[in-house]
Design a protein around this ligand. Sequence first.
Ligand SMILES: [Zn+2]
Length: 87
Amino acid sequence: MLRVTLIVNGREVEPHEMAQAFANPMEAAAFTAVRDSIGNRLADVRCPNHDEAPRITVSGSSVTDLSWSIEGCCATLVEEAKRALGD
Ligand SMILES: [Zn+2]
C-alpha cells in the first residue's frame, strides 16, 4: 500500500486524524482530497528493478501552499513517481 505522509504546519496528520486536525471541515476535506489524489496517481507506480513503492511526503500550511518530496529505492523509481505526478 502506497503511503502518503501529510505534514501540516510541521506536524504529521494521520488519515484518521483529519477531522480533528483542522478546525475548518472544508480544509480537512481539501487536504483529504490532495492526499487521495496523490495516492491514486501513484497507486500503480512500482520500481521496475526492485518492485518497491515510492514514499511521498506532502507538507505545507494550507492546500494552496504545498510541497512534496518523493523517496524511493533508486532514482528510477523516483523518476517514475515524478512522471506519474506530472512534474
Ligand atoms: Zn528501485
